[in-house]
Design a protein around this ligand. Structure first.
Ligand SMILES: [Zn+2]
Ligand SMILES: [Zn+2]
Length: 160
């Protein structure tokens, strides 16, 4: 049990790599013999004597698979990591490339909410699309856009 609990042990790993496939192979062979025997006896009235092998074969397949996994774990996870990482970043780049304009629009397209009717208007709009009221006060002194309710300019303090 000590060996199984420590799969990082290289010697144990080498043993697992040999034992795992053997156990797995024997299990599969047992299981196949049982299945073939079962179906060859099917309808003949003979009792499938070898079907008992399935009861040995199935646990052997399970144990063999576990031992294989312990033996090849490092390679499998390493392989999976090296295979999926570039694919993932590639597809993310692809998605970003395709949606760059859309993303840019979402980030840059600041909408102005009309304070009178809450309609969203494009940035730079002077009057509301919906109610026609003035959306921004342009400071006559410094040309800064101010809130329509502003009494003084945000930038220079000019009194409206
Ligand atoms: Zn409005
Ligand atoms: Zn101003």
């Amino acid at each position: 049990m000590n060996i199984i609990k420590n799969p990082k042990n290289e010697a144990a790993r080498k043993k697992f790599k040999i034992i795992g496939p053997i156990v797995l192979g024997v299990g599969i062979i047992f299981f196949l013999i049982a299945i073939i025997n079962f179906f060859s006896c099917f309808g003949t009235g003979n009792f499938p004597n070898l079907f008992i092998l399935a009861f040995f074969g199935l646990p052997l397949i399970g144990v063999g698979a576990v031992i294989c996994r312990l033996g090849y774990m490092k390679q499998i996870t390493g392989y999976v990591a090296s295979q999926t990482t570039p694919v993932t970043s590639d597809s993310i780049n692809y998605i970003i490339d395709n949606n760059k304009e859309a993303i840019k629009n979402v980030i840059n397209n600041k909408k102005i909410t009309c304070p009178y009717c809450n309609t969203l208007n494009d940035e730079g709009a002077k009057f509301c699309d919906n109610c026609g009221k003035e959306l921004n006060k342009v400071c006559p002194n410094c040309n800064t856009l101010n809130d329509p309710n502003a009494k003084y300019c945000d930038n220079c303090g000019h009194r409206f």
